[in-house]
Design a binder for this molecule. Structure first.
Ligand SMILES: [Zn+2]
Length: 135
C-alpha cells in the first residue's frame, strides 16, 4: 500500500481529520498496527518454513541474519503452564489488583495500570485534598 493511501487511512481514523496533530496521532497508532502485522507475517512464514523442515541456518540466510539470531527472534520460548495466569496478574490494576476484562477500562502508564474505579477514587481524594488546602 502506498504511503499516501496509508495517510488517508490514518486521517479517516483521526478524532479531527482536519487537525494535522490528530492525524499524526492516528498515523502513529496505524504504524504500530502495521509493524505488528509485519512481525506476524514473518512469524508465520518462519513457522511454515520450520514446519517444512527448513534449518535455522537456511532461515537466517534468507533473513540476512545468523542462525542464532533467527532462532532467538523466532523460536517459540518455553511457555510455563502458569505463564498465562502470571501475565493476567501483571495486566491487573496496579492499585486494586482488579484483573483486565471487557468491562474493565484501564489506563496504561510507563510503570503500571489504573482501572476506571481507581481513577474515580483518586479524583475524589485529590478533590478532597484541594478543598482542605483551600480552608
Ligand atoms: Zn483499580
Amino acid at each position: 500500500m502506498e504511503p499516501s493511501e496509508l495517510l488517508a487511512r490514518a486521517r479517516s481514523r483521526a478524532a479531527n481529520p482536519s487537525d494535522p496533530l490528530d492525524t499524526l496521532a492516528a498515523a502513529r497508532l496505524l504504524s504500530e498496527e502495521l509493524n505488528r502485522d509485519a512481525d506476524a507475517l514473518l512469524d508465520l512464514a518462519v513457522h511454515d518454513a520450520r514446519a517444512a523442515g527448513t534449518s535455522w541456518t537456511a532461515i537466517g540466510d534468507r533473513l540476512g541474519v545468523s542462525k542464532q539470531a533467527a532462532r532467538k527472534r523466532f523460536a517459540k520460548p518455553f511457555k510455563h503452564p502458569f505463564a498465562a495466569r502470571r501475565t493476567r496478574r501483571e495486566a491487573a490494576c496496579s492499585f486494586c489488583r482488579k484483573p483486565p476484562g471487557p468491562r474493565v477500562h484501564m489506563v496504561h502508564g510507563e510503570a503500571g495500570r489504573i482501572c476506571a474505579d481507581c481513577v474515580a477514587l483518586a479524583g475524589e481524594i485529590v478533590a478532597d485534598l484541594k478543598a482542605k488546602s483551600r480552608n
